[in-house]
Design a protein around this ligand. Structure first.
Ligand SMILES: O=C(CO)COP(=O)(O)O
Length: 250
């Protein structure tokens, strides 16, 4: 079974109506074979609807965060039903910036992931170690700790709607991309972890994508590795070179 290559663009807290339109026009007019690569962009919440309306239907749109309640007194939050209402099929959960600046725990991330999937929204669930953790040799332990609540909250079938993004925190926005060997090692570990804690089928089918300083120059090498099924791109997703990254494995 082959896993469809997946490239996500996380726009973070960036964009204007005009800049978004220029970026979407670039994507719409680019030669991106969406039968071979799944492309999903994640604009800030306020722009989700306009980007969804402008982007070619073959490409997806993701929220950057989505809560684990359907409605009610939860100021500042979005629900899966609201995303569905405007035609948005995806959300990110557990990005390291949300873990770091907004105190999100792995348990909370897993609850939100399961709730989104239960309500028909697919999830890019993000994990990854900090520099000190890598230097202490605990990368695999940290990833396993972040994965464990996901395995607890998701049924085996629900994993079909989840993409795992491995994003080492030391590589995010630093220009210090993981080497293909470093990324492949962790991706292989994640796949083995899924085989041992979920099922062999889920391990085989789940896309594990890499994020952290991916750009048009370094993406091709990373894309050759067997357990790297795509990318989650920050800075470069705001530039025309995002198109080249989408074409990394054609
Ligand atoms: O955090 C990221 C994507 O979610 C990666 O960001 P950069 O590509 O800017 O390093």
């Amino acid at each position: 079974m082959t896993r469809k290559f997946f490239v996500g663009g996380n726009w973070k807290l960036n964009g204007t109506l005009a800049a978004n339109k220029a970026l979407v026009d670039t994507l719409n007019s680019a030669a991106i074979p969406t039968d071979k690569v799944e492309v999903v962009v994640a604009p800030p919440a306020i722009y989700l609807e306009s980007v969804r309306k402008q982007l070619a239907p073959a490409m997806g749109v993701a929220a950057q965060n989505c809560y684990h309640e359907a409605s009610g007194a939860f100021t500042g939050e979005l629900s899966p039903a609201m995303l569905k209402d405007i035609g948005v099929a995806w959300t990110l959960e557990g990005h390291s910036e949300r873990r770091e600046y907004f105190g999100e725990s792995s348990e909370f991330v897993a609850k939100k992931t399961a709730f989104a999937v239960q309500h028909g929204i697919k999830v890019i669930a993000c994990i990854g170690e900090k520099l000190a953790e890598r230097e202490a040799g605990t990368t695999f332990d940290v990833c396993a700790e972040q994965l464990a609540p996901l395995a607890k909250h998701l049924t085996k079938d629900q994993w079909a709607h989840v993409v795992i993004a491995y994003e080492p925190v030391w590589a995010i926005g630093t220009g210090k991309v993981a080497t293909p060997d470093q990324a492949q090692d962790v991706h292989a570990f994640i796949r083995k972890w899924l085989a041992e804690h979920v099922s062999a089928e889920v391990a085989q089918a789940t896309r594990i994508i890499y994020g952290g300083s991916v750009n048009a120059k370094n993406c091709a090498d990373l894309a050759t590795r067997q357990d790297i099924d795509g990318f989650l791109v920050g800075g470069a997703s705001l530039k025309p070179e995002f198109v080249n990254i989408c074409q990394a494995r054609l």
